[in-house]
Design a protein around this ligand. Structure first.
Ligand SMILES: N[C@@H](CCC(=O)N[C@@H](CS)C(=O)NCC(=O)O)C(=O)O
Length: 218
């Protein structure tokens, strides 16, 4: 099976799929596009105009990171999703929370005024508070076994640590369990290898381009 993942290097949703593919040791190629200048071939295959997209055997294209990850999980055993339907549904719910939290995090990164920043910050940390309460003893979301929840949350946590180094967040500091979980995930080769070596610099120059408040107070 030939898998081509259409990507943008800074996209956390693409990163979720990269982590899943690397974890499963499934060969794939990455095709980067510039989201500021989307090529026509991409617009033709991406119904929502978003990355990631996964092209399978140069034919069918899947979109939406969670759909891509579940497909990869089903066709490349052993499964990372739980077998029990209720537990599987619970995992999907927390992955959805992760998507919403990524959106809050993005809003916090690009906020142009303190009011916008504060609203995004509050929404993000309210969600993270729920996640902290749902996280068990670790080391992973579901205990000893890495799951698609870990793959979906790792990009959020990676960015949290980078942003925290630019503008310390007391509320992140206080989430002891999430930070322990983050440390475990960042040690994994599939997480460390899911971004380019210059990822921190790339993110910083993106923030700088956007005039991010995170840099202004650094
Ligand atoms: N729900 C989507 C979200 C994907 C998404 O928002 N991707 C962003 C980049 S991180 C994108 O392609 N945005 C389109 C744009 O910037 O025009 C998923 O989970 O795959």
């Amino acid at each position: 099976m030939k898998l081509e993942l259409i990507s943008f290097p800074l996209c956390p949703f693409v990163q979720r799929s990269v982590i899943t593919l690397l974890h499963k040791e499934v060969p794939f190629t990455l095709t980067h596009i510039d989201l500021a200048h989307k090529p026509q071939w991409f617009m033709d295959i991406s119904p929502l105009g978003k990355v990631p997209c996964l092209r399978i055997d140069e034919g069918t294209v899947l979109f939406e990171s969670q759909v891509i990850n579940e497909y990869v999980d089903e066709v490349c055993p052993p499964p990372l999703h739980p077998q029990d339907p209720l537990e599987r549904a619970r995992h999907r719910a927390w992955i959805t929370l992760g998507s919403e939290a990524l959106s809050d995090q993005f809003q916090m990164m690009i906020a142009q005024g303190e009011e916008h920043f504060t609203a995004a910050h509050r929404q993000l940390f309210d969600k993270l508070g729920h996640l902290e309460a749902a996280y068990g003893r670790g080391p992973f979301f579901a205990g000893e076994k890495f799951s698609l929840v870990d793959a979906a949350l790792a990009p959020l946590f990676m960015r949290m640590e980078i942003l925290h180094s630019l503008r310390p967040f007391p509320r992140w500091e206080a989430l002891a369990s999430l930070r322990r979980w983050t440390a475990v995930l960042m040690e994994l080769p599939e997480v460390a290898g899911s971004v380019t070596a210059n990822f921190v610099e790339l993110l910083q120059s993106y923030l700088s381009e956007k005039g991010s408040l995170l840099l202004r107070s650094a």
